[in-house]
Each structure stands twice: as structure tokens, then as C-alpha cells.
Design a protein around this ligand. Structure first.
Ligand code: 9L3
Ligand code: MG
Length: 136
């Protein structure tokens, strides 16, 4: 039996030197923890298209992915036999003001605030890759 990797994409939305962080509402074991907004790439969907779709669904905004940062970060998903990997893009906000349509709350983090929130483990390695993009 083949085990396809599930790709999950995350958006590092940067505006005025700050990064948008989103607080998960579910599943229960992840509730309250923080992530880069995004989600699973659908079968046959391009990563970038999934990123744009997820930002529309979760935040109600149009983003433009600008540059990929970091690598493929593997993480376990409860109840999922197959491995998952997280990929992240720096993204510009083109239209709309982000709203927590599926999250508990949103925060814009300035460089010195990046480690103030309880990031999901998969997202942690990307923070150092994102930091230079906040400094201009
Ligand atoms: N996940 C981790 N970091 C992220 C994102 C967007 C997602 N930045 C994990 C949480 C879930 C899985 O990936 O276990 C699928 O995410 P979603 O489709 O529930 O957002
Ligand atoms: Mg999601």
C-alpha cells in the first residue's frame, strides 16, 4: 500500500514589519495554540493555490505568495497514519482585512514578539526563516 505524504501549507503574511499569527480553535488537542494560517493541499491542487484558498476561507483575504521559506517540516497528525509535511510562503496581503473566521483570534507579531505565542511544533522552525522578512 502506498502512503502519500499529506502536504500542509502555511502563510507567513507580513504587513508593516509584523507577522500574522492565528490561534487554532480545533481539534481539541491543538485548541489555543498558534499557527501560520493555512491547511491541507487537496489532491491535484498546487501548493500555492491551496495557500490562496485557505487564506480566503480562514481569514477572508486575498494573498499573494511571494517567496517560499524554510524546508519540508515533517510532523505527526493524530489519527493519521500517513506522514504530513508543512511548507511555508511569505505572503503579501492584497485585499481585505484578516478576520478570525475559523480561528479563536489573530495577532500581528512584531519581531520582538515572535516567541510570545505558543506556536505549534511544526511552525517553530519557520520563525527564524521569517524574521528577516519583518526587518525589511
Ligand atoms: N498545521 C500545522 N501548522 C500550520 C497549519 C496550517 C496546519 N501552520 C497542522 C494542523 C493540522 C494539520 O496541519 O494537524 C492540518 O491543518 P488544517 O487543515 O486543520 O488547518
Ligand atoms: Mg487551517
Amino acid at each position: 500500500m502506498t502512503q502519500e505524504i499529506q502536504v500542509v501549507v502555511g502563510a507567513a503574511i507580513v504587513r508593516d514589519g509584523a507577522l500574522l499569527a492565528a490561534q487554532r480553535a480545533d481539534p481539541p488537542q491543538l485548541r489555543g495554540r498558534w499557527e501560520l494560517p493555512g491547511g491541507k493541499v487537496d489532491p491535484g491542487e498546487a501548493d500555492i493555490d491551496a495557500l490562496i484558498r485557505e487564506c480566503r476561507e480562514e481569514l477572508g483575504v486575498l494573498v499573494k505568495p511571494r517567496q517560499r521559506v524554510g524546508g519540508d517540516v515533517a510532523f505527526p497528525r493524530r489519527g493519521q497514519g500517513r506522514p504530513s509535511i508543512l511548507r511555508v510562503w511569505i505572503a503579501d496581503l492584497l485585499e481585505g482585512e484578516p478576520a478570525p473566521l475559523e480561528h479563536l483570534s489573530l495577532r500581528w507579531l512584531r519581531p520582538e514578539e515572535l516567541t510570545e505565542v505558543d506556536w505549534l511544533p511544526a511552525d517553530v522552525p519557520f520563525i527564524d526563516d521569517i524574521r528577516p522578512h519583518l526587518l525589511g
